[in-house]
Design a protein around this ligand. Structure first.
Ligand code: GLA
Length: 737
């Protein structure tokens, strides 16, 4: 393996692989000065030769220097108070009571590996190199280690920071960002995702404004309100072309991604723990590690960016034992019965599930003592004596005896005021003294910053999983945090609680998933309220949204796909009229909206199952047959407008190519449309399975695939038609010869 990291004598550092070069140097003043992030350079160390440093009359000069202002200098880890007025990566209080830190190069180290972070999830190493540059504030004896990992085969740069207090007095950290990236002036746009329950992953694309644009969360979860993701793009970048710099975090709590366009039009990106409401007391001799931030650079537009994310998440984030494992098809009880579940009903649904050809029965909410609605019993995790008299292990073994897998729902981080747990341990919740805790879905959040609480949760979940018949766990989390305080921490550490909660959650998940490596964990937070790379490090799939109406779901899947490979997503056929928005749609389109998600299933009651038996059977047979295809392949967004969506999915072995086309509202006399496919073998022949018609790869890419026509008019012979009416969909399946 060639060296991925080079260092010159005068301390210019260059990280280069076939995707990008990232270059910075130690300036004559000892500051880490950023030089280049972009396409790969053949002689990256040479960048500093042509580097221009500007000094303007209007800018303050750095600590007595004549021609050097930090306001006008791209940096690797800026602080505040010594001539840079932009938002800093480090900000806090030193032992003198002021907030001025100044970080200077101390030493560096390169290794051919990557170490995991101690308390937080982190990307896996392998074919990579890591550069650690230690900076120090000699006055206040604060060391800051900047960690950079570059991989041979991925276009992702991993960064994090570690703070070490080497003084004999306390240092207080307020901004402890994971990364800072200063991009040169240019016309940029921002792409980010926002939403709420059942409307996750809406795209917004705006020009980078002057001033500061922030996506963040103060809710205790990464949240669907603003996903922890920002792409800065060259103005006008498209799916196919354009420079893109994208950033996300391996973190599931309060985050912040800042984009600041300064007075000289340079653009600073900061990503990490949200500094709002965060305050960490770093005692002498102690360390503080930030979550990892990931950067992607590409010139190949948004599709190019997504390919890099997808490959990387699959290989380096998501649990490896599920990487290419086909996911079982399933029937989930939630929209089939809600809380009205009991042994007989579950067994009857299991029979129906078997009959329709699914692999797994999932018992969702409602199975534990007293849980007849959402007002009680979270926290207790004992099967309801009346409705499940024989207990969960018995039920699981019965379901398995029918030849199905068995899965179960938990919401372990929560407690209802009406529960045995709350009666016994009222102080185990996040709360602040003297204030009535606010409820969310009638429940309170357990204080996972306390080890006795995570131990209790482990015991409860373990008690069920240890029966050995549980194949799948849906791990839910249904409220945002309020009154965030802990009875387990001193008064002056209360602003550490949110982050300590995450450390506790990760500790718990690590222990559970290590004990049950073969249990398929699905991450859920009212759908996608905590869909991030932190949770994905432990759980190979996520319930992206409670929105199962296909029109609503299309936007959500499309939005999520910018960052996530659909391998890590689940989708099901829900009832019609849809329970969230009342829309009536066909079973076919309901299935199709999630056709490329790895985990596919249904949540339908006995009547729906009976009424649609044949169609469901066919769809589940298709889902089962294609389950191995839906892991490890390449997903491409081809068309996306308010009325049309077209996606391509190419399997990992590139032998099968699927194209899904959706038309939302029908209208007469529409244009005939084509989709130009991407990434095919131009010289190869692709056979369309439905009629064995042969297409040349280059023709599908350059001339395009004629899409089915939407009309209420009469049918002509050589034209392919969509089903009549609104919300129609069509799936092509090509086999490469
Ligand atoms: C959340 C989930 C749903 C379901 C319910 C159960 O809303 O997103 O899928 O599990 O909780 O209460």
């Amino acid at each position: 393996m060639p060296d991925l990291i080079q260092v010159s004598k005068d301390k210019t550092f260059a990280l280069t692989n076939r995707f990008f070069s990232y270059v910075f140097r130690v300036s004559p003043e000892g500051i880490l000065e950023h030089l280049h992030y972009g396409g790969p350079l053949s002689d990256p160390l040479n960048v500093s030769v042509h580097h221009i440093r500007t000094q303007r009359e209007v800018a303050s000069t750095f600590q007595g220097g004549k021609f050097f202002s930090l306001s006008d200098t791209p940096q690797e880890f800026p602080s505040f108070g010594t001539s840079d007025y932009r938002f800093p990566a480090l900000h806090g209080r030193n032992s003198d009571g002021n907030t001025v830190f100044s970080l200077h190069y101390k030493r560096h180290k390169i290794s051919k590996t990557k170490k995991p972070l101690k308390d937080l999830p982190s990307t896996r190493g392998g074919n990579c190199e890591t550069l650690v540059v230690t900076l120090e504030d000699p006055l206040h004896k604060l060391d800051v280690e900047l960690h950079y990992t570059i991989y041979q085969d991925f276009g992702v740069l991993v960064r994090s920071a570690k703070f070490k207090n080497k003084s004999d007095t306390e240092i207080q950290l307020q901004h402890a960002f994971s990364t800072a990236l200063d991009l040169p002036p240019a016309e940029y746009e921002i792409l980010h995702f926002h939403g709420t329950w059942s409307r996750e992953f809406n795209e917004e694309r705006i020009e980078v404004p002057k001033g500061r644009f922030v996506v963040d969360s103060a809710r205790g979860t990464s949240s669907a309100a603003h996903s922890p993701f920002v792409a800065i793009m060259q103005k006008g970048a498209s799916e196919a072309v354009g420079r893109v710099y994208a950033t996300t975090l391996v973190y599931s709590g309060n985050f912040s991604i800042n984009v600041e366009k300064g007075e000289f039009e340079d653009v600073r990106i900061l990503a990490g723990i949200n500094p709002f409401n965060f305050h960490w007391r770093l005692k002498p001799g102690k360390k503080f590690c930030t979550p990892e931030a990931l950067h992607v650079f590409t010139e190949d537009g948004l599709r190019g960016m997504s390919h890099i994310w997808h490959d990387f998440i699959r290989e380096k984030i998501s649990p490896p034992q599920f990487k290419y494992k086909p996911r079982p098809t399933y029937l989930n009880t939630w929209e089939a019965a809600y809380f009205d579940v009991n042994e007989d009903k579950v067994l009857a649904l299991a029979d129906k599930a078997k009959h329709v050809g699914v692999d797994m029965l999932v018992l969702d909410d409602g199975w534990f003592e007293g849980r007849k609605d959402d007002t009680s019993s979270l926290g207790d995790w004992v099967a309801d004596k009346e409705r499940f008299p024989n207990g969960i292990p018995w039920l699981a073994s019965k379901v398995k005896a029918k030849g199905l897998k068995f899965g179960i729902w938990f919401e372990p981080e929560m407690v209802n005021p009406r529960s045995m747990l709350f009666e016994k341990h009222p102080d185990w919740i996040l709360h602040v003294p003297g204030r009535k805790p606010s409820l969310g879905r009638n429940q309170l959040t357990l204080d996972l910053s306390r080890e006795e609480v995570t131990d209790y949760i482990f015991e409860k979940v373990d008690a069920i999983l240890s029966c050995g018949d549980i194949d799948y766990v849906k791990w839910d989390m249904n409220r945002n945090m309020t009154e965030v305080g802990s009875a387990g921490l001193a008064r002056n550490r209360q602003r550490e609680v949110s982050h300590r909660y995450m450390i506790g959650l990760y500790r718990l998940l690590k222990k559970l998933t290590a004990k049950y490596p073969d249990v398929l964990f699905e991450n859920c937070a009212s759908g996608g309220n905590r869909f991030d790379l932190g949770m994905l490090s432990f759980m190979p799939q996520t319930w992206t949204s409670d929105m199962c109406d296909p029109v609503g779901r299309l936007d959500i899947v499309n939005g999520a796909s910018y960052l996530f490979p659909l391998d890590v997503t689940a989708a099901y056929v829900g009832p019609s009229p849809n329970h969230q928005n009342g829309r009536v749609s066909s079973i076919q389109t309901r299935f199709m909206a999630g056709v490329f998600c790895a985990a596919r299933g249904m949540s339908l009651n006995e009547q729906d199952l009976a009424d649609n038996h044949e169609e469901l059977k066919e769809l589940m047979a298709f889902a089962k047959r294609t389950a191995p295809d839906m892991v490890g392949g390449r997903f491409d967004r081809l068309i996306k407008s308010d009325n049309e969506v077209c996606w391509q999915y190419t399997t990992r072995d590139q032998k099968t190519v699927y194209v899904a086309y959706f038309h939302i509202l029908a209208a007469p006399n529409l244009p005939f449309r084509r989709a130009r496919l991407v990434g095919l073998d131009g010289g190869a022949e692709y056979v369309l399975q439905e009629d064995k018609a042969k297409y040349q790869g280059d023709s599908l890419m350059n001339n395009g695939l004629p899409l089915p026509y939407v009309t209420t008019g009469h049918v002509k012979e050589n034209v392919r038609y969509m089903a009549k009416g609104d919300f129609s969909s069509y799936l092509f399946e090509f086999t490469k010869k």
